[in-house]
Design a protein. Structure first.
Length: 178
């Protein structure tokens, strides 16, 4: 029968191994989420670039209206100014969305780091339990070997004491030589 300590360490190691497997599944899911978030971030950067180009295009149109090469209608200028303000507002919204996505990616990266740390801790604990189990098993084997040696020795002594005549000199043989 196994030592209770060895059984306990074996149980702990098995639980840690299962927990590590669950953590690895969690890590894979987090990495998938990060990949999706990175894709959303790249798309948002594209949208922001488009919004910034729209701001530049509208600002350039207003500059052309005011360059002095022709008459300017106030209604047209005001319409373009409103379009420029709308473009600035859209760019600001897209920039806010981009920052939120960056924050989300950073949070996912932090969670991934935490999960990796937990996996490493489990790996160390599993290694420690395995080392302890190895020591306990070697100790149990040594005890079993010692017990077997002791039993063999006792059997040998019992057999020897059961046949004392075969191993002791005869009394008469030693008396006759005197």
């Amino acid at each position: 029968m196994k030592d209770r300590r060895a059984m306990a360490f074996s149980t702990i190691r098995n639980r840690l191994t299962r927990a590590r497997a669950a953590l690895r599944d969690t890590l894979a899911e987090q990495q998938r989420e990060r990949d999706e978030a990175d894709a959303r971030l790249a798309e948002q950067q594209r949208v922001l670039t488009h919004a910034a180009q729209e701001v530049d295009r509208r600002a350039a149109r207003i500059d052309r209206l005011l360059d002095g090469h022709g008459p300017v209608r106030i209604d047209e200028l005001l319409d373009w100014e409103k379009l420029l303000a709308d473009a600035h507002a859209r760019r600001a919204r897209e920039l806010d969305t981009l920052q939120q996505l960056r924050d989300g990616v950073a949070a996912i990266n932090h969670a991934i780091g935490t999960t990796r740390t937990a996996i490493l801790r489990h790996d160390v604990r599993i290694d420690l339990c395995s080392a302890r189990l190895d020591r306990l098993n070697r100790l149990a084997e040594a005890c079993a070997d010692d017990l077997q040696d002791e039993e063999s020795e006792e059997t040998f002594v019992a057999r020897r004491s059961a046949t004392p005549a075969a191993h002791t000199p005869r009394r008469g043989a030693t008396e006759g030589t005197r």
